[in-house]
Design a binder for this molecule. Structure first.
Ligand SMILES: Cc1cc2nc3c(=O)[nH]c(=O)nc-3n(C[C@H](O)[C@H](O)[C@H](O)COP(=O)(O)OP(=O)(O)OC[C@H]3O[C@@H](n4cnc5c(N)ncnc54)[C@H](O)[C@@H]3O)c2cc1C
Length: 537
């Protein structure tokens, strides 16, 4: 395989380099643009992100009938003992301010009636929350947030946005004085060239990794790139075993990864099994509004018991007009697929949805590597612990992008002064032909789904671990022999992230939060009341 000669890459320079254009990357860009030139690199179109598909909303205490204390308690309860109380208190207390900042930048949330615009945000109720507190824009909250933030970014003179550019790896300099990040190698997918983006500050905001599983609600971009890059660069990666499976992905031919939001259960929707029986009241005191992991496991158990492929979410007892108005997007999508949800129950299955673990950060979004900050789903901040409370993730992404930007802006001058004059180019595999076939992806996704899925045991996890080791070798081999293309880069990252999940799951010999093991059904606080941390040896 021909290699690029050293120092032959086009260079892109900025004060701040941001990888990803979801809520975390866009919000960080807007804050940092007040302090210097910002370059956003994103691997597909500007809006393509998990953020863009968020339906439910963003959790914040916006009503006098609710309290910060209750939101903190709900978050800690769902976090199953390993969410960090100091982090939870800080983020939850800032949530109302985050919502107001989004409104100020132009996000149009839903209000109860037009006359109530001052204090009348419509607040949804979701599983695990003890009060309605989910601020939303109908059932297209993420799309509305992306619309407003992209508009603000595009009109800001200090921000450049490069679409269809995929970050390959961080550029790490390691001299006698220090080891730090000075930017990233980037693959221009359309121009088919490799570039290097240099900046004293890099913000990693590449989102989640749902694509490592056969069934997921995440779009194609969610291949865990940021976690893989940070691991290769020597950052600590924490709590990867805690993968949230959303209980209700639409299960209709042609539905793809379309999500049926939890807000439907918040509005009164109820789950039935294939025989038409309601089952959640027998499983948990909160019935259909139990935490997501409980609902997902109950659906799996019910499907096994009744030998069926899916469960059904029933809204037919609700007023059709309310359903159409409150969930216009879901109603429309199901109608397109031939199902009128005001008349018939919706077939649903659980699917990989959210990664609680990720690159370890402190309260200012700093990672272990000087020059590198991480915000959003790519990070592990301590907010979620072993499980994420619904709609706390947009909040987390926004909060850490906000506080992280302040910290990065303060640090930039010092980092810029210490920017090495000469950066030696690493020799990367040359650009290769477009990839063919999906077999390698199927092997990875099936292994993850079958062995590292909703219910786990030692045997399955060890099987996955060794399969994934083989897949990592295969991925590195493809990268070296086929060369750089989007598929080899993403597959290389996804295989590594799959292994990080399996490795973390093997080592936690207990059940806690999202991590359910049939061979260790109890929570073992004596041995496992701690984070699972992986560091490249
Ligand atoms: C269907 C669905 C519904 C959801 N509903 C809710 C909800 O109601 N409330 C809630 O709080 N959370 C929800 N979530 C979770 C929430 O949307 C995400 O956790 C959050 O949006 C993550 O934001 P982010 O900025 O970290 O990442 P993302 O929004 O995923 O953005 C990541 C960005 O990084 C880019 N990227 C990735 N890899 C690279 C690379 N190598 N190089 C360059 N760019 C790269 C991507 O293209 C993308 O632009 C939902 C998620 C899904 C999938």
């Amino acid at each position: 395989m021909p290699r690029k000669r050293a120092s032959s890459y086009e260079s892109l320079d900025a004060d701040f380099l941001i990888l990803g254009s979801g809520i975390a990357g866009l919000w960080a860009a807007l804050q940092l643009a007040e302090h210097g030139h910002v370059l956003i690199v994103t691997k597909k179109d500007e809006a393509e992100s998990n953020t863009n598909y968020a339906q439910g909303g963003i959790a914040a205490v916006m009503s006098q009938l609710d309290s910060i204390k209750a939101h903190v308690t709900d978050t800690l309860t769902v976090g199953s003992g390993i969410a960090k109380p100091a982090v939870v208190r800080r983020v939850i207390a800032a949530a109302p301010e985050m919502v107001r900042k989004l409104i100020d930048v132009g996000v149009r949330f839903t209000y109860r009636t037009p006359a109530e615009r001052v204090a009348g945000l419509d607040l949804g109720l979701e599983g695990g929350h003890s009060a309605p507190r989910v601020v939303h824009a109908a059932d297209l909250t993420g799309q509305e947030i992306e619309r407003a933030l992209i508009h603000a970014v595009m009109t800001h003179p200090n921000i450049s946005l490069l679409v269809h550019h995929l970050a390959i790896d961080l550029i790490v300099v390691d001299d006698s004085r220090e080891r730090r990040s000075v930017g990233a190698w980037v693959f221009d997918r359309f121009g088919r060239v490799i570039k290097r983006a240099l900046a004293p500050v890099t913000i990693l905001s590449t989102g989640g990794a749902g694509q490592v599983y056969r069934h997921t609600t995440n779009p194609d971009i969610a291949t865990g790139d940021g976690v893989a890059m940070a691991y290769r660069a020597g950052c600590r990666i924490a709590n990867m075993e805690f993968v949230q499976f959303h209980p209700t992905r639409l299960f209709l031919p042609g539905a793809g990864r379309f999500l049926i939001s939890e807000a439907l259960r918040g509005a009164g929707g109820k789950l039935r099994n294939s025989r038409g029986d309601f089952f959640m009241a027998m499983v948990h005191p909160l019935a259909d509004l139990a935490p997501r992991d409980v609902v997902a496991r109950a659906i799996v158990a019910e499907c096994r018991r009744t030998r069926s492929r899916c469960a059904y979410l029933d809204l037919t007892h609700l007023k059709p007009q309310f359903v159409r108005e409150r969930f216009p997007n879901i109603h429309k999508r199901c109608l397109e697929l031939g199902l009128d949800i005001t008349k018939k129950a919706i077939p649903v299955i659980p699917a990989a949805h959210y990664m609680c673990g990720g690159v370890m950060t402190d309260l200012q979004a700093r990672t272990d590597l000087p020059g590198l900050w991480a915000a959003g789903e790519v990070s592990c901040t301590g907010l979620h612990g072993a499980n994420r409370l619904a709609s706390n993730s947009l909040l987390e992404a926004m909060y850490f992008a906000d506080t992280g930007s302040r910290s990065a802006a303060r640090a930039r001058a010092g980092l810029k002064r210490r920017m090495p004059r000469l950066i030696r180019d690493r020799v990367l595999p040359a650009v290769g032909p477009l990839a063919r076939g999906r077999r390698h992806w199927n092997l990875l996704r099936n292994s993850m789904w079958n062995n590292v899925g909703i219910i786990r045991d030692h045997e399955g996890l060890k099987r996955a671990e060794s399969e994934l080791r083989r897949l990592i070798k295969d991925a590195e081999n493809r990268y070296r022999t086929i060369g750089t293309n989007a598929d080899t880069l993403e597959y290389r990252n996804a295989a590594l992230v799959g292994w990080l999940i399996a490795e973390s799951a093997v080592s936690r010999r207990e059940s806690r939060g999202l991590h359910e093991r049939t061979d260790f059904p109890r929570t073992d606080d004596q041995r496992y009341h701690r984070d699972t941390i992986l560091l490249r040896r």
